[in-house]
Design a protein. Structure first.
Length: 275
């Protein structure tokens, strides 16, 4: 592998028609991937993909905070079949997830955390409960956390998550698709948590100061495919292969040789996730 996409979703509905082909061209392009579970169904699929595609394909299992209560219907994630596939408001079953997470190809627990972007105050407690349960499982299995944290730009979700992690987590983790402030980044870095960046950095200049600030040995590149395709693929379905564009942009912002950046990103993924 020359590249590793540490957060992608080939396990969801957007890839139902050509999943194997996407994996084949990704691997042919020298890119490894971690497929991230968002609920029980997609967590199982992520693990199944590691059995079907042995080399360079890894999984996480977890419950995304938006799936802890009945949520909007994302056709890319859940398909177009209708109400039966709308988020059911899953309760995290630690025994079921423990069985999945025990597999050696499961390299993290999550994506879990707090999402206040669409949440109402009455649903936030469910998110906290699921988050705490997944932290407990990660602690038990000594596997890192794959964190999803999103707010409305006020920092509340990040600071609430930090408070929980400082009190309850005994493992490290990564804050995927980090979009917080430098002050928030500093707190996560001080905890030993890495931050990952998506293709958004290829077209949103406001990320440049943040990417410059985060040490190269504390960051990862990701796609969050099928979402947020980078330049020059904007407007199309994102794929793990496109993580190369994010890595290129990191090198450009850091004013560092691409080979040096790629070597460090691979080392970071190995150090945290063992991939």
């Amino acid at each position: 592998m020359t590249h590793i996409d540490i957060h992608t979703h080939l396990n969801i509905a957007a890839f139902n028609d050509d999943r194997d082909e996407v994996i084949a061209r990704t691997r042919a392009g020298g890119v490894g991937m971690i497929n991230v579970g968002t609920q029980l169904d997609t967590s199982r699929t992520a693990l199944e993909l590691t059995k079907k595609h042995i080399e360079g394909v890894y999984a996480t299992v977890g419950l995304h905070p938006v799936h802890t209560s009945k949520s909007y219907h994302d056709t890319q994630e859940l398909g177009e079949e209708g109400k039966a596939f709308t988020s059911r408001g899953e309760v995290f079953d630690i025994d079921v997830y423990r069985t999945l997470a025990a597999d050696e190809k499961v390299v993290a627990i999550g994506e879990c955390g707090l999402d206040y972007y669409r949440a109402e105050e009455t649903t936030k407690q469910k998110q906290v409960e699921a988050f705490l349960a997944q932290i407990a499982l990660a602690n038990e299995l000594n596997k890192p956390l794959m964190l999803h944290i999103r707010d409305k730009g006020d920092g509340r979700a990040y600071y609430d998550a930090l408070s929980i992690l400082k009190k309850d987590a005994r493992v490290r983790g990564n804050v995927h698709f980090f979009a917080g402030s430098i002050a928030v980044a500093k707190e996560f870095l001080e905890l030993g948590y890495t931050l990952s960046f998506t293709g958004v950095i290829t077209f949103a200049k406001e990320y440049e100061e943040l990417v410059s600030y985060v040490p190269l040995d504390m960051m990862h590149a990701e796609t969050d495919a099928p979402y947020v395709a980078p330049v020059p693929y904007r407007g199309t379905r994102n794929e793990p292969l496109f993580v190369k564009e994010t890595a290129n942009k990191i090198a450009e912002i850091k004013k560092e040789e691409l080979g040096v950046v790629l070597e460090q990103l691979r080392a970071n993924a190995k150090e945290l996730f063992g991939v």
